[in-house]
Design a protein around this ligand. Sequence first.
Ligand code: GCO
Ligand code: MG
Length: 407
Amino acid sequence: MTHGTAIRSAEVLVTSPDRNFVTLRLTTEDGVVGLGDATLNGRELSVASYLRDHVAPLLLGRDAHRIEDTWQLLYRGAYWRRGPVTMSAIAAVDMALWDIKAKIARLPLYQLLGGASRTGALAYGHASGRDLPELFDSVRGHLDEGYRAIRVQTAVPGITTLYGVPAPGARYEPAARAPLPAEEDWDTRAYLRQVPGVFEAVRGEFGPELPLLHDGHHRMTPIQAARLGKDLEPYGLFWLEDCTPAEDQEALRLVRRHTTTPLAIGEVFNTVWDYQTLVREQLIDYVRSSVTHAGGITALRRILDFAAQHQVKSGIHGPTDISPVGMAAALHLDLAIHNFGIQEHMPHTALTHEVFRVSATFADGYLHPGEEPGLGVGYDDAAAERHPYQPAYLPVSRLQDGTVHDW
Ligand code: GCO
Ligand code: MG
């Protein structure tokens, strides 16, 4: 073992500066600190316990340099493979170890991943509105902030609350702090009638060039998704995301047969196995996994390298439930890989940034991880302790007759 690189402590930190985050902090004998994001929205404490009760004891005394060996030990050694809780825990360890290795090398992490392949990562922001004037204002606001690609979510007549469209004056945050999940309503036929007209209007207002994205959030059947993809073709979307429930890889065959609208999927995936059919058969165009939920930098890099062989690009998941640590890991990968597509960007609040100090920057529509050694994120314990964990849940959706539907 290199002198001083044994792991001396493994701490699990839970904080809630505007929303819940779980962070793993590893410290070596020499005092080098590495951070990893273990936030699983609405199920945070399960990963905290997995790490604290079952992973931390295995890490103490291990050489922090042995990233691959530690990854394999945690993955194969658990025997119970895959799943969001296990893979988020492994991801946190993996990120923290890469952070330590890059700090010891005194390099920003992207340098260890092969160096920069581009000057910055094209980011997309989230525009939404309850009607067209509100939506146009939201798109314009994003353009003024510098965004060069925009996701468009819209209200649907007859549906009271739905994914991606905040209440008037509110900031969109899917998990609400409450002891029980909120209930939203849903009607796929009303949605399918509404969305194409909205994109026609947005194209009419903002012209043909602006890359536009849309998230279907797993709510359609394959034939409904095929129809939406076809109806959206005239508006040249950058992608249609999560058009069907993601666990059914075969469903995408039917969608693909009917539409040339590019498809993105995978934010709920956690291993390369979830992508086997999708990538091998070129049924998708963009991989949506986060570093946080897909087993870390080591594992997401493998998924993206596999995708590259089939001309599938990255579109790393980046909502606020990925902590600034998970986002930093994403940005280092974005900069280094060849098959970069786009990066989701849903900025964290000022309060979140009091706990997580980041070197990453956003300018002219591009994100950059910065030049600090490691991931480029610092953790302020005093600020974190002012914001203890608060129970929060993602909503559930019900159809008009009360049937639970995919949210
Ligand atoms: C996205 C996602 C998120 C999820 C959230 C759930 O495309 O950014 O769909 O908004 O809903 O990550 O925790
Ligand atoms: Mg999504």
